[in-house]
Design a protein around this ligand. Sequence first.
Ligand code: HEM
Length: 477
Amino acid sequence: MVPLLLLIALATLATAVVLRHFLPLLRNPGLPKGSFGWLLIGETIAFLRPHPSNTTGGFVHDRIARYGTVFKSHLFGAPTVVSCDEELNHFVLHNEERLFQCSYPGPIRTILGDSSALVVTGERHRQIRAMFLALVASTGLKPAYVASVSESARSVVASWRGRDTVTFCEEARKVRSTSFCRPLQQFPYKVIMEQVLGLSPDEPVARRILEEYQTFMKGVISFPLTIPGTPFARGMKARKRISDTMEAFIEERKKNGSSKQGVFLDVLLANKDLSHDDKVAFLLDSLLAGHETTSVLLSILIYFLAKSPNIVEQLKREHESIRSSKGKEEPLTPEDYRKMDYTQRVVSEALRCGNIVKLVHRKALQDISFKGYVIPAGWKVLPILGAVHLDPSHHVDPEQFNPCRWEGLNQTNSKSFTPFGGGQRLCPGSEIVKVEAAFFLHYLVLNYRWKLDGEDVPMLHQYVEFKRGLPIQLEPL
Ligand code: HEM
């Protein structure tokens, strides 16, 4: 009797799994071509297989060849429409909250927290985003801010003096499957810490947060198992400790006031629309989003430039000309930044080839017809930003690092170039990043020659990793 009941239970479970997997296919005619892969896991494992960041990777490449730039699949546990099509990507990004909604997988939401800008939707998202826009407006291209970024870039590059080799992503060598570009993190971390909290990165609170951050990031990119001791569980704990440290810091600031003027924390604390949790989450987001992505961009610049001596020469000429009109130690100004035309093309090309954020996660809020396809309500929609960056019909020889392709073109906002996403969720940090990257290059090309210490490649997992840690041989000029 018991074996029979067990058999019936198993058969019911198996039928439920099969139906759950395939029913969405039967219910919805007019879907794009594609396949759902295996039961339970769908095609997620093949989709996540790492590949060089300046290629689309085998999975996307094969599907585009077989089905075209829009195809269906089963990813992250949900029926999915994958878009490598610039028009559909634009349509999805620009119809946020009307036809589509931001929808990151459960584990990412768990570790980022309920109040993270990437997780909240509707009115709450509008309020939190408004604070990010205010942060950007408070920096803008204001002389004092620009001078402080310049000083941070100068001091980080100067700290490498006397070293023959720098391994930019040191941690990648020690702990497999992490890519923390430590020597490069210092610079964006310094900028964001000073701007938001008015703290120097050497102060104990800032050091504590950075240490916890390493554990947190290992959690973000790990397999989402909440069992104690796993990197994911440790990451969640680290997030909680960062959040507690921030809270204590806020309380102290409320009591004692700030010793520095123009620190964004004071603007944040004065905001009556946001709850205490939202404010802590804002601080976390700005520190976390604000420096990991930027340090990856800097490492990608170092990598591609190491392979392109002619481009470095041209960059150097631009920066020598800017420096020739000012003193050796004088910080860069907004006017200097505006003269960095070629540098901006180099940065845009690194963003295109680096694909730091390969895709964004959305879901359809209602049935949608687009170019003859049906995207059913509730389905996941994945605009693959990187696939459009590498589409030869939009970018000639897309795998080549060639800044000249940007001459006379719009480098900020076109349908075929969206490294910072678009629409209501366009990255608020894009301008901050570009100034940091340009100033970093200024001090780098004027102070060093460099080459790769053996071959290494930026590999795209869900993030960019250099397998060997990007070791570089530096030669002071
Ligand atoms: C190279 C560096 C960076 C890249 C490639 C990048 C890319 C992106 C992308 C693609 C999105 C859109 C996500 C989506 O639509 O779901 C985004 C959102 C966001 N980014 Fe960045 N980002 C970078 C640097 C920064 C910096 C420096 C900050 C700090 C201020 C920042 C803060 C944010 C925030 C808060 C959001 C969420 C915005 C919202 O949902 O309204 N990012 N970023």
